[in-house]
Design a protein around this ligand. Sequence first.
Ligand SMILES: [Fe+2]
Length: 171
Amino acid sequence: MGHNDCVLNIPYPPADVKEKNLYYARLLLNNYAGQNGEMTAITQYLYQHLISEECYGELSDSLECISIVEMRHLEMLGELITKLGGAPLFRTQNRGRNIYWSGKFVAEIQNPRKFLIKNIEAENVAIRDYKMRICQISDPMIQNLLERIIRDEEHHITIFKRYLAEFEKSE
Ligand SMILES: [Fe+2]
């Protein structure tokens, strides 16, 4: 699998909103900088990219590519949050309390087979969270963008499963 196979050739709809809505902004902060949000995905995959570079070059390249896609997601969510009237800071807000994003959200798993299993779980959680937002947010422009992001996350699962199958074959 080559370096750029992680990018789907489907355009993103514009990151636009119908009108300001602070409640929607607060919901999206969870996908942006919550424990299972995009900020965690970026740094988790970047960490895995770095530690696998020497012995698992191809996997390492894919992880870098996926990390960059997650950063694009972070940027688009940040645009939505800003247009909704929220602040694109790396934190979530719960009953008036700010919970800041933390490096503690990044798991220290170093074994590729183990982190691939963890990544598949994390992507499934991300998809579940986006689906919940689509039900909670009645703004078709936001819903369209979240649907498109879900397609990327599904594609990441396909890639991770492919690598996992290779590892299981070679054992
Ligand atoms: Fe993502």
